[in-house]
Design a protein around this ligand. Structure first.
Ligand code: GAL
Length: 414
């Protein structure tokens, strides 16, 4: 071939490639923009799973939705009403997945949820079955996404479960290949959701495998579980919560680390343990998905779930997750940068005895004095350099630091 001809062909090919690259780049940008628009701050809501497990129905979900409104939780930000596993019935010959008899009309339930100013979340997975053996979306991904869209779903939790077997079979035991098959499965559902044209938050649940925080956003994840399942005990909650250390840099607008649904109000933890739970989730910018019985909440539970100052840390508009500053045996200090140069600081005592702990402003990278607000024991004071306090067993002292206002007459604690 003549060299000029080859040159023309090459430059044509280069232009085509360039156009394709530009298109992919733009698609990437618009997917990212849509992602950020969907969950600009960590999603907040309620889920059927932690408290009710499979014992769920249309009536129960409506009652809980009503209680979210009546309790003030909706107005505090808990807007997603997420039906977890246990709604599924059977898949018919046309491939349509039907809810079980406890959910006679999902579209009507979705309408009800929306009529309360709430949003509607649903659950499925890439495998043939859910963890409970009910039908999931394998081979029917686009069909299920379309059905969810027709029901008015706003949030899809996608749980790996039985897909693990498929990964094993298709990869022939090759780990890298198995991980790729998993990534592709999440990307497939994300694409199917995009194709419906209905914005739906995409909640990835694959227990933090293969460092999901590194690739979750690239397959459309708005949030991804970073660990296995939580349960209602300090041991399990704290092992999951404190394992968020080091993950802050992977979180941001539209894509958040998810240490799982809250166990606040479920009865298995002391008041201090539950405050630790809620504070840790807020510092880590974790989704706040309540997992309790909202109809029957004690004042103690309300006091935690509706602590607006702590919620404000979780939802802070600077959108930078917090992380661990230090761990000295069972004593951990975490911080989170906030808007207007504020900072959240949490002193966590994981030991079985009360402990003195110290906030040292210099170690937090804070210059000058600070105005401090204690968020669980509301009072305000000044800190010149350090502040030492007793942190209860399995408890937390959570402070919001801000620049001292001139003329403040709050006491200075050295
Ligand atoms: C688990 C998942 C839980 C819950 C449960 C339902 O795999 O991690 O959050 O969704 O399945 O069966």
């Amino acid at each position: 071939m003549h060299s000029t001809q080859r040159g023309i062909r090459c430059s044509r090919a280069a232009r085509t490639l360039g156009a394709v690259a530009l298109m992919l780049w733009l698609t990437g940008i618009s997917a990212r923009a849509q992602q950020a628009g969907l969950a600009p701050t960590p999603p907040m809501g309620w889920s059927t799973w932690n408290h009710f497990k499979h014992d769920i129905s249309d009536a129960l979900v409506r009652q809980q939705a009503d209680a979210l409104v009546a309790s003030g939780m909706r107005d505090a930000g808990y807007v997603y009403v997420n039906i977890d596993g246990g709604w599924e019935g059977y898949r018919d010959a046309q491939g349509v997945l039907h809810p079980n008899k406890n959910f006679p009309d999902m579209k009507a339930l979705g309408d009800y949820i929306h009529s309360k100013g709430l949003k509607f979340g649903m659950y499925t997975g890439p495998g043939p079955q859910t963890c409970a053996g009910a039908p999931a979306s394998y081979g029917h991904v686009a069909q299920d996404a379309k059905m969810f869209a027709s029901w008015g779903v706003d949030y899809v939790k996608y749980d790996l479960c039985s897909f693990r077997k498929i990964m094993q079979q298709q990869s022939g035991g090759n780990q890298a290949r198995a991980d790729q098959i998993m990534r592709d499965a999440y990307a497939q559902m994300h694409q199917a959701i995009l194709a419906t044209g209905r914005p739906m938050v995409f909640s990835m649940c694959q227990y933090g495998w293969a460092k999901v925080w590194k690739w979750g956003p690239s397959v459309g994840g708005n949030l991804w579980r970073t660990t296995g399942d939580i349960s209602d005990s300090y041991a399990r909650m704290s092992s999951i919560g404190f394992r968020q250390a080091g993950l802050a840099r992977y979180a941001g607008p539209g894509h958040w680390n998810d240490p799982d649904i809250l166990e606040v109000g479920n009865g298995g933890m002391t008041l201090d343990e539950q405050r630790t739970h809620f504070s840790l989730w807020a510092i880590a910018a974790a989704p706040l998905i309540a997992g309790n019985d909202v109809v029957h909440m004690t004042p103690e539970t309300r006091g935690i779930l509706l602590n607006k100052a702590v919620i404000a840390i979780d939802q802070d508009p600077l959108e930078r997750a917090g992380d661990r500053v230090s761990a000295e045996g069972p004593l951990e200090v975490w911080k989170r940068p906030l808007v207007h140069g504020d900072m959240a600081v949490a002193l966590f005592n994981r030991s079985d005895a009360p402990q003195f702990m110290t906030v040292d402003l210099a170690r937090l990278g804070w210059h000058g004095a600070a105005q401090a607000k204690d968020l669980w024991n509301p009072h305000t004071f000044s800190i010149a350099q350090t502040y030492t306090t007793v942190v209860p067993v399995h408890g937390v002292v959570l402070l919001r630091l801000s620049r001292p206002t001139t003329g403040s007459n709050a006491a200075t604690i050295e």
